[in-house]
Design a binder for this molecule. Structure first.
Ligand code: ZN
Length: 319
């Protein structure tokens, strides 16, 4: 019974019937976790110039033909998803199949139950809305200099525009998560089917470049946008969503400078900092102050004894 929602969706996708969901969005804040703040205050698409959705459906579903690379920098899921209970928050987890490829091959799609990783205090630096050609490379430079891994929740249209930056994120051992195709709330949140269409479209874009696709996703604006059916769809399709419990507020209209961003992180951490910290930042557009704030954020978190991990299906939820 459980996988019916996802399979129905995949059937719809493969019968070229995308975006047909007429289900009304019925966000019920009582049924869903709430986050400490919304990610952005507008539904502006990321990279407006490239935010187009004009590709034929056949192209969106085309099988990527990049061979997965295998190395020790990430964990590649087994066909039966049996190797995902890890004891290491430092390695990204990817799949060599898009979910409809799993369905075609008769492989499991929904993830098994996994124990969250709580062994050590871990901070997960996350950067949304990229990759771009200016800010993301600077962030990668800092992460490399500091010897720190992070997680980049990318948009499909940005991935197609800056494939070499996505490749660099992957090659340098950071985790890549899925953050929709075009970040347009009016399209993403038209229905759970619309949401999942963008997730799969972005998986295709990612897999076309690096040969694997992520299990981790982040909803633009956070899961406050979800009704219960979104959760059912995500779980049945084998994705794990993570919001955040700390943010620099770098995407708010006040555009905080670097020192304010550092103070914002301290404010959210409070007097009793969480064991597991997921920090929301952004790596696109005009986020130069985020770049300036990043080294100090890394330094004091390291001084406080946190390890730096990448988001995986085992990462504890921040709420
Ligand atoms: Zn975003």
């Amino acid at each position: 019974m459980k996988k019916i929602f996802c399979i129905m969706f995949l059937v719809l996708m493969t019968t070229i019937f995308i975006g047909c969901g007429n289900e009304k969005k019925t966000t019920d804040p009582n049924k869903i976790p709430t986050t400490v703040a919304t990610e952005e205050n507008s539904d502006k698409p990321v990279n407006d110039e490239t935010a187009q959705d004009s590709k034929p459906v056949e192209d969106k579903l085309a099988t990527p033909n990049v061979t997965p690379q295998t190395n020790n920098d990430y964990v590649l899921a087994a066909d039966d998803l049996s190797n995902l209970q890890l004891n290491d928050p430092s390695k990204p987890v990817y799949d060599k199949y898009i979910i409809w490829e799993r369905q075609e091959k008769g492989l499991p799609i929904a993830l098994p139950d996994l124990e969250p990783y709580y062994d050590e205090p871990v901070v997960y630096l996350t950067f949304d809305d990229g990759p771009d050609g200016k800010v993301t490379p600077k962030i990668l430079d800092i992460l490399k200099a500091e010897g720190v891994k992070a997680t980049f929740y990318v948009c499909g249209n940005m991935v197609e525009t800056y494939p070499e930056v996505l490749k660099r994120i992957f090659d340098e051992g950071h985790a890549i998560g899925n953050h929709s195709y075009n970040h347009r709330y009016d399209q993403i949140y038209a229905s759970p089917w619309s949401f999942m269409e963008q997730i799969i479209q972005t998986d295709n874009a990612i897999k076309n470049i690096i040969g694997v696709r992520p299990f981790i996703i982040r909803a633009p604006g956070g899961v406050g946008m979800f009704s219960a059916n979104y959760w059912t769809m995500i779980e049945d399709c084998g994705y794990v969503e993570h919001d955040w419990n700390v943010l620099t507020e770098d995407a708010t209209p006040s555009k905080p400078n670097a020192s304010t961003q550092v103070n914002n992180v301290l404010k959210y951490l409070g007097d009793d900092p969480p064991h597991s910290v997921i920090i929301l930042m952004h790596s696109n557009g005009d986020k130069q102050e985020t770049v300036k704030a990043l080294p100090e954020i890394i330094h004091f978190l390291r001084d406080w004894g946190y390890k730096f991990g990448v988001v995986t299906p085992m990462t504890p939820q921040p709420w």
